[in-house]
Design a protein around this ligand. Structure first.
Ligand code: ATP
Ligand code: MG
Length: 562
């Protein structure tokens, strides 16, 4: 401490000061002096003894401010008392402080706070006594009060946790704050895009909901600016106080903050001659901390629910559109078959009639028309097959000779393979293999995989069809040395109308229904579809079906078609 500060504070002669210092050092009670901001300027020997800290440590505001050693609630309490004392609104009070002493032990201290005025009556500083609280009655009272507070908080906590509705939380929170503080009037205002809006009010002058508050005005404005709760002990002496209800003597404003964000404020006012106690002030701060978290969670939940509802609505719209699309495609597929047949017939007639009179270009036009018609027929066949399969809910029950069926499919495609210069090889089991199913559908599934292999293999490539027995299943596999499928596209291959877009396959026509149909057919027959593919190397597509009669694990007599 510098001698100048003390002289300024005391305004005595240096000799008198020395005598007073000696006297103060000899008394048993701790004694301190501080400036109006609460900064310690002098402590006597007893404070050093009580706390274990040296004078230098206690007085050095840079490194060891006393706020480092006392509990957070007491800091606010002390600062409020200092502030009230400096404003002259309350000139003497006692504050209970839990202080962590030099030896690491936290001790309860009783600190008295008195205002020092200069000879003109102007506030000059603060001083008071520091005592160790040893009186069991005092300690017991402090314990009882905090136990009561804890019990109340726990009850409010349980209630708050029970709600996820912001409206209920606001009601519970304000009611609890009002009854525990015994305030005459109170409100909760929430931050909205247009500013602060009072959403709940209670007590005198209440009912004025939906009123907007200025963010920067009043004690509320001060609480928002500082982010700290405000305790106005005497509203007449607070220049910021703007009362809505006349006759209020004390005011507590606590910001509601959650996740580093202020969501609103709680305002409590009382008219009673004995204003809110410091315990109430502390309690209100604890309550608002909990209230803010519950409110924040509830608001978050409300936003999530709103988003979920919007998403569900969107999904429903998408599903409706999907149905509409499928229905339209089906209708189109049905209705286009007869006009397509008419066109195809007349084209054939026209071509036959014109015969040799057609030149090369005209023949090319006819070819193009026929190819287009072919594609339309294929599309309508695929769509109608899909529709047929989707409408069948029972398992097919005919006995089908599957090896024979596969042979017929392969033979059907040999000319195409020859034409496109793709070598089509086979490795088929020689004996008869039976499955339960529907021949037409199984042949459609087998040929879809084979057409794909031929379609997506450039000329010079190779396609091999295998038929083998694995346990109680027959396995049909088509392996090709074609373009292959990028890994990222593989997951969606079996979705209806999905086609892979690569540079090599962009000119190959198709509807994207083939694989979807294969999957539907095979699953309806109790089988499984499988595939493997590597871009630029080729693919393997196949399916397995349950066998009707047990056949040896691996047949040594596989037959190869050249
Ligand atoms: P369609 O309905 O006429 O069969 P599509 O052949 O395009 O039309 P799918 O058979 O369902 O439709 O096949 C979907 C996509 O998977 C194809 O567009 C193709 O890109 C890819 N694909 C299928 N089989 C092979 C294969 N063996 N090699 C490379 N890509 C393939
Ligand atoms: Mg296909």
């Amino acid at each position: 401490m510098s001698g100048d500060d003390l002289v300024n504070l005391r305004q005595y002669s240096p000799e008198a000061d020395q005598a007073i210092f000696r006297f103060l050092d000899e008394i048993d009670d701790g004694y301190y002096e501080a400036d109006l901001s609460g900064r310690l300027m002098f402590v006597n020997e007893a404070v050093v003894r009580l706390t274990g800290f040296s004078r230098e440590e206690l007085l050095d505001p840079q490194s060891n401010h006393y706020t480092n050693y006392i509990d957070a609630a007491a800091i606010t309490r002390l600062q409020d008392v200092f502030y009230a004392a400096s404003q002259g609104t309350s000139t003497s009070r006692t504050v209970e402080v839990m202080m962590r002493c030099r030896d690491g032990v936290t001790r309860p201290l009783e600190v008295s706070v008195s205002l020092v005025r200069d000879s003109y009556g102007q506030p000059q500083g603060i001083r008071g006594f520091v005592r160790l609280m040893t009186d069991p009655r005092v300690l017991e009272r402090a314990l009882r009060v905090s136990m009561q507070q804890l019990a109340m908080l726990q009850q409010v906590d349980t209630e708050l946790n029970g709600y996820l509705d912001p409206s209920a939380i606001l009601t519970v929170g304000l009611n609890a704050a009002m009854s525990l503080s015994r305030a005459d009037t109170g409100f909760i205002a929430l931050m909205e895009s247009e500013g602060l809006r009072v959403v709940r009010s209670n007590g005198l002058g209440s009912g004025d909901h939906d009123r907007h508050l200025q963010l920067s005005e009043g004690v509320v404005g001060r609480a928002l600016r500082t982010g700290r709760a405000q305790f106005v002990m005497d509203t007449r002496n607070d220049p910021d106080y703007v009362g809505d209800v006349p006759g209020m003597e004390a005011n507590i404003v606590a910001p509601l903050s959650a996740r580093d964000r202020v969501v609103g404020v709680l305002n409590l006012e009382t008219s009673r001659a004995s204003p809110f106690s410091h315990e109430v002030y502390e309690f209100v701060q604890l309550l608002t901390a909990r209230l803010a978290i519950s409110l924040d969670n509830a608001l978050l939940m409300k936003t999530l629910q709103e988003q979920l509802t919007a998403q569900q609505k969107l999904y429903a719209q998408v599903a409706d559109l999907e149905h509409l699309k499928t229905d339209m495609i089906r209708i189109a597929a049905h209705d286009m078959r007869s006009p397509l047949s008419v066109i195809a017939n007349y084209i054939t007639l026209l071509r036959a009639d014109l015969g040799n009179s057609l030149d090369d270009a005209q023949r090319g036009y006819f070819d193009a028309i026929s190819r287009g018609l072919d594609r339309l027929f294929r599309l309508s066949t695929d769509v109608l097959s899909l529709e047929r399969i989707q409408e069948q809910h029972t398992r097919p029950s005919a006995l089908v000779r599957f090896d024979q069926l596969v042979r017929e499919v392969i033979e059907q495609y040999l000319p195409e393979a020859e034409q496109t210069h793709v070598s089509l090889k086979t490795g088929l089991i020689k004996r008869s293999v039976y499955v339960v199913g529907e021949a037409l559908e199984l042949s459609e599934a087998a040929s879809n995989l084979l057409t794909n292999a031929l379609k997506y293999t450039p000329s010079g490539g190779k396609v091999v069809v295998h038929l083998s027995i694995h346990g109680d299943r027959v396995r049909y596999e088509v392996r090709d040395t074609g373009y292959g499928i990028p890994e990222a596209e593989q997951a969606r291959l079996f979705q209806p109308f999905y086609r892979v877009k690569t540079r090599e396959t962009s000119n190959i026509s198709g509807t994207g229904l083939g694989l979807h149909l294969v999957k539907k057919i095979i699953e309806r027959h109790g089988g499984e579809v499988f595939f493997q593919s590597r871009l630029g190397e080729g693919s393997l597509f196949g399916f397995s079906l349950p066998l009707v009669q047990a056949v040896e694990q691996k047949s040594p007599t596989e037959e190869a078609i050249p």
